[in-house]
Design a protein around this ligand. Structure first.
Ligand code: AMP
Length: 286
């Protein structure tokens, strides 16, 4: 496995990679969720490239950029074990050199859900992902459903800017109690870690209500919120039942629907989601 710290180093390696090239962008501190994306890329591609970059522009000044967990050595070992061909691990100067002044904004989709709470977040995500796509030059890119709005925004970006890249969205990998794996779970104290499983249970409740025929979005939101609020260590930020294509809040569940939530649990801001009806994919394959 090669590690490229600069764009120039990567370019040299890229010319020797067997195609198709699959790409998995990450912020590091890898867990099984990230590795499942690598495996998904490996099924479809002859070479897998992963990137590790904690992207400052997607964090607001009040957020956890400095505290974000990092362990490059361990990450490289995990990726090597997965048979990754190249890891692109640039520093901040390489990604945002002096004079950097071009930003990518996906408009409407980013005003909702995570974007409503974190107004500059998706501008940072879209910009770094567009830059990484141009540097890495993959045929396929794999993202996790865990960050559902991010996958939807990247799908829009790929279509709108005409990237010749197939987007694959892989299922959320969970701990045994259902908590979605996240690098941020390391912020949780033991009691908070136990309490956080209520988030998954609230999504399962939404699925169960839907399976019983409930189609009123407000009823589902309220039931989820009541369950989450029964756990004092978990502070809901939002519970959403929205149309998958527009991310507008739904009144009735018709067609593909994204049920998503964000909650503060101690120092960790956690997100999770399911798509209804179960088994539906988040984005259509292009
Ligand atoms: P991050 O390092 O948090 O920026 O995540 C990098 C990629 O891994 C994104 O596409 C995430 O959606 C994906 N990811 C994060 N957590 C999980 C998980 N538990 N299961 C599947 N994919 C995940």
């Amino acid at each position: 496995m090669h590690v490229a710290k600069t764009i120039a180093e990567y370019r040299t390696l890229r010319s020797g990679l067997a195609e198709p090239v699959g790409f998995v962008p990450t912020m590091g501190y890898l867990h099984e969720g990230h590795l499942s994306l690598v495996r998904e890329a490996a099924i479809r591609c002859r070479s897998v490239v992963a990137s590790i970059f904690v992207n400052p522009s997607q964090f607001a000044p009040t957020e956890d950029l400095a505290a974000y967990p990092r362990d490059l050595e361990r990450d490289l070992e995990l990726l090597e074990n997965e048979g990754v061909a190249v890891v692109f691990a640039p520093d901040e100067q390489e990604m945002y050199p002096i004079g950097f002044d071009t930003w990518v904004t996906v408009e409407h989709l980013t005003s909702r859900l995570e974007g409503a709470e974190r107004p500059t977040h998706f501008r940072g995500v879209a910009t770094v992902v567009a830059r990484l796509f141009n540097i890495v030059r993959p045929q396929i890119a794999v993202f996790g459903q865990k960050d559902a709005q991010q996958a939807i925004v990247i799908d829009r970006l790929v279509r709108d800017l005409g990237f010749d890249i197939e987007l694959v969205v892989a299922p959320t990998v969970r701990e045994t109690d259902g908590l979605a794996m996240s690098s941020r779970n390391t912020y949780l104290e033991a009691d908070e870690r136990v309490a956080a499983s209520i988030l998954r249970r609230s999504l399962l409740l939404a699925e169960a209500l839907h399976a019983d025929g409930e189609r009123d979005a407000h009823t589902i939101r309220r039931a989820m919120l009541e369950l989450i609020e029964s756990e004092p260590l978990v502070k809901p930020i939002y519970v959403s039942v929205a149309n998958v294509d527009t991310l507008e809040e739904a009144s009735a569940i018709e067609g593909k629907t994204l049920v998503s939530l964000a909650a503060q649990v101690g120092k960790a801001r956690l997100i999770d989601n399911v798509v209804l009806p179960p088994g539906e994919s988040l984005v259509e394959r292009n």
